[in-house]
Design a protein around this ligand. Structure first.
Ligand code: HEC
Ligand code: HEC
Length: 370
């Protein structure tokens, strides 16, 4: 079957790339990986005089150097990162002081909120589940339907929409800058003493968000040549993952997402109220019901799953994949369903657990706010 052949070659390529990255450290930026980065530029080449030459965020093993994912006009610097971390936790960014980014993206819940649908600052309920923020630095599109093209665009939209700051961002920026401790932090991050702009707030938030990473897993050790890092059950699971179970076609290493949009039938009824997902963004009905493939790195840390938060476990999702909702746009890869025996499901589960990693405490710890 050519389909299985393709997934195996994707995998082999990715293992090779992961292997070449193994020795990376902050001083020796990694070679570009096969997986596309948001912007293939380096912070060192950025025209920002405040980009620290000596500081680099240390990327976990197995991932492309995160410093290289930042756009030219927003390089990752230590002062901007420190400021962004505080802002991420600060409810004063919402007009009523009710919501911060962390309200819906909690580190202890895999950077989601653990509920099916969160409540926005304006009191309305989201129609899609809060996704995890792991490895969004490498995303090529944002949101479940890919409607935002850059992380900066996405974060401005989240601030305006989720946090009800639309039309008030300039006013909120001034208010935040009026808080004594923040004035100094903005000064260090952007070398200004004057007005703080919403754009600067977004840039700082994006800098911090880029460092929410999941790598350095047992899988990464395995891909780097330490075969014994995966138990026998996990190795059997990995085999299934790239053959019979077909997962690697849409969730290939290194990122365990192909960054694509697929219709796997979740949440669909065939009725007029179905969420069109990527179909609306691509403006083409053949994509109706397609959603962005989420990463499976650290996926076990943040149930419920899928754009509508309708699965409480990986096991429930595997059960669904046995006979997915077969609408007209169902991805051919899962047509007819993915049918696995119970022992096979257990092996697959063992493999997916090998994609777990602990958060960097420097990133995930709650900051003191000014
Ligand atoms: C009230 C809850 C809520 C708040 C507050 C919130 N978000 Fe989100 N976030 C969501 C939901 C829901 C989505 C998915 C919406 C969709 O796909 O249509 C999302 C999507 C995202 C994504 C896209 C991830 C991806 O893989 O595409 C990022 C990044 C993100 N949020 C960051 C932030 C940041 C930074 C803040 C603070 C400025 C923030 N969010 C505030 C609920 C929230
Ligand atoms: C045809 C492409 C495709 C295949 C094959 C596929 N997936 Fe997915 N997967 C997706 C898409 C797209 C989503 C998001 C769907 C949604 O939100 O409606 C998803 C969602 C998930 C999620 C939820 C993650 C989260 O953060 O919410 C898990 C877990 C998952 N898949 C595991 C698997 C496993 C395990 C396999 C192999 C048995 C597999 N997938 C096969 C495309 C695929």
């Amino acid at each position: 079957m050519s389909r299985l052949g393709r997934s195996t070659s994707v995998l082999l390529l990715s293992v090779f790339v992961a292997g070449t990255l193994a020795a990376q450290d902050a001083a020796a930026p990694a070679a570009p990986a096969a997986a596309p980065a948001a912007a293939p530029t380096t912070a060192a080449a950025a025209p920002d005089a405040h980009a620290s030459k000596s500081w680099a965020f240390k990327t976990p093993h197995g991932l492309e150097d995160v410093m290289a994912t930042a756009p030219n006009d927003n390089p990752i610097t230590k002062p901007k990162w420190s400021l962004g971390k505080k802002l991420f936790w600060d409810k004063r960014l919402s007009p009523q002081g009710t919501h911060a980014c962390v309200s819906c993206h909690l580190p202890e819940r895999g950077w989601t909120d653990g509920t099916q649908f969160s409540v926005k600052a304006d009191g309305t309920i989201n129609t899609r589940h809060s996704p995890s923020l792991y490895n969004v630095a490498y995303n090529t599109a944002f949101y479940w339907d890919g409607r935002a093209k850059t992380l900066e665009d996405q974060i401005l939209a989240a601030w305006e929409g989720q946090m009800a700051a639309k039309g008030k961002t300039a006013e909120l920026a001034t208010k935040i800058n009026g808080i004594e401790g923040y004035k100094k932090l903005f000064g260090e991050a952007f070398n200004t003493t004057g007005t703080v702009t919403p754009e600067q707030i977004v840039k700082a938030l994006a800098t911090y968000t880029r460092t929410i990473l999941s790598g350095n897993s047992l899988y990464d050790a395995f891909a780097n040549g330490r075969k014994e890092a995966l138990s026998e059950a996990a190795q059997r699971g990995f085999n299934l993952y790239r053959t019979k179970a077909r997962c690697s076609i849409c969730h290939p290493p290194i990122l365990f997402t192909d960054q694509g949009f697929h219709n796997v039938g979740i949440g669909l009824t065939g009725g007029p109220n179905d969420d069109p997902g990527y179909g609306k963004v691509a403006n083409h009905p053949s994509y109706n019901g397609a959603f962005k493939t989420p990463t499976l790195r650290n996926v076990t840390s943040h149930p419920p799953f899928a754009h509508n938060g309708s699965f409480r476990s990986v096991h429930e999702l595997l059960k669904y994949f046995e006979s997915p909702f077969a609408g007209p746009n169902l991805d051919p890869v899962i047509k007819g369903g993915i049918k696995l025996t119970d022992p096979e499901k257990a092996d697959l589960d063992a493999f997916i657990r090998c994609l777990e990693s602990a958060d960097d405490p420097e990133v995930a710890s709650k900051p003191d706010l000014p």
